[in-house]
Design a protein around this ligand. Structure first.
Ligand code: FES
Length: 78
């Protein structure tokens, strides 16, 4: 597997509590947009994100963002 799996061509917009999160990069997790360990055996690893304060986050759902783990608009060109 050399390319990430496109889960959806739009971000997961979520209200997040402060904490550490692991964003799924491979696109195989059943618990999107977060890692469930499904990347094992692929070339990909989850990306850690620290959220310092409660806020709305746009997690990339297409897995092709240039600014992981956040949406940077790349999905609109897929
Ligand atoms: S959902 Fe991936 S760049 Fe927007």
């Amino acid at each position: 597997m050399s390319e990430t799996n496109i889960v959806q061509k739009k971000p997961y917009v979520m209200e997040m509590e402060p904490g550490e999160y692991w964003w799924c990069q491979c696109g195989l997790s059943a618990e999107q947009p977060f890692c469930d360990g499904s990347h094992k055996g692929t070339d990909f690893a989850p990306v850690k994100a620290g959220i310092a304060e409660k806020k709305t986050v746009a997690w990339c759902g297409c897995k092709r963002t240039g600014k992981p783990p956040f949406c940077d608009g790349t999905h609109s060109s897929l």
